[in-house]
Design a protein around this ligand. Structure first.
Ligand SMILES: [Zn+2]
Length: 321
């Protein structure tokens, strides 16, 4: 709640103002990492919403939506405030790196809420959580399928066991409007899980993929954030009607047992049955070295589209009730 100034690092916005700048952290050897931040401080009182994108640096539709929202939301209309970080993992964005931060090889979405004495990525997570997430009442983290991922849009939230927080996270997921929602009890160091564990209703939303900045996915994120703002009192007006969601309670993740050339036998969104052949693997001479049968029945929500696979790499994920 705020009718006073809001400060993130060295950036301050008075009520009715938009302010921009960078959060920075020194990560050793005189090297600093900077994260762009936009504060939109509404004239009227209301909740504080944090919106991040680019936790994975090549997930462009979420990044684009965050940039547009940071420029177009009017502080005269906003109630409460928005803290928007359009690109969290700037080193990964700059290098077009998938999954991990190229400076230390760590996935930001496994180390939240970070550690000020840790690796580069852990320090960046600590910077984000202490300066941005700690001030928020609600948190949305916008993703879009990484450079080698195709997916069906879905929203994740973490079930903390605190019913008040969990109900709000679920309501946030529903308001966002993506009709597949996965509420999980597994805490894996993700942004949304760490924030929910701090008592902040949170979601991670996925729309997009394969390194493409596609307009429909950017629109999904734009509409999602605007719907949440209207639903939770950050903007006047009613959220738009959204489709009834299907719920899943976990991802069945499939990973590679060996280095291989990967030939998925399914497409993203396809329903598969337990025992169905879903992938084949060859060596670099084309000799078949393995196949994969589905351990679950459900939709393929997430599919790696690169044939170049290393041992332990993810291959696909199936939604399971
Ligand atoms: Zn991601």
């Amino acid at each position: 709640m705020s009718t006073g100034p809001i400060t993130v690092g060295e950036i301050t916005a008075a009520p009715g103002q938009r302010a921009r700048g960078f959060l920075s952290v020194e990560v050793g050897k005189g090297l600093s990492v900077r994260m762009p931040v936009v504060i939109i401080n509404g004239k009227a009182d209301g909740p504080v919403f944090a919106v991040t994108a680019g936790v994975h640096g090549a997930e462009y539709p979420g990044i684009e939506a965050a940039i547009r929202l940071s420029r177009t939301l009017d502080p005269a209309e906003v109630r409460g405030a928005l803290l928007i970080v359009p690109v969290v993992s700037v080193p990964a964005y700059q290098r077009r790196a998938i999954y991990v931060n190229p400076l230390d090889g760590i996935n930001f979405n496994r180390v939240c809420p970070g550690n000020p004495m840790g690796t580069v990525t852990e320090m960046m997570a600590d910077l984000l959580f202490k300066n941005v997430i700690a001030q928020a009442d609600y948190y949305m983290d916008l993703h879009g399928g990484d450079m080698i991922e195709a997916l069906v849009p879905f929203t994740l939230y973490y079930k903390t066991g605190n019913e008040a927080v969990d109900a709000k996270s679920r309501a946030l997921a529903e308001a966002y409007g993506i009709p597949i929602i996965l509420g999980s009890t597994v805490l894996r160091g993700g942004t949304y899980g760490a924030a929910a564990a701090m008592g902040k209703p949170s979601v991670l939303t996925e729309a997009g993929g394969q390194g493409i900045l596609d307009e429909p996915s950017a629109q999904t994120h734009m509409r999602g954030v605007l719907n949440v703002l209207r639903r939770f009192g950050g903007l006047p007006g009613q959220p738009e009607a959204v489709p009834v969601a299907e719920y899943y309670s976990r991802f069945v993740w499939l990973t590679a047992e060996q280095d291989c050339v990967y030939y998925p036998k399914v497409t993203v969104g396809q329903q598969v049955r337990e025992g169905e052949l879903i992938a084949e693997f060859t060596d670099l001479f084309g000799e078949k070295i393995g196949e994969l049968k589905s351990p679950a029945t459900g939709p393929v929500l997430f599919l790696v589209t690169s044939p170049a696979i290393n041992k332990n790499d993810p291959l696909m994920a199936i939604g399971s009730r």
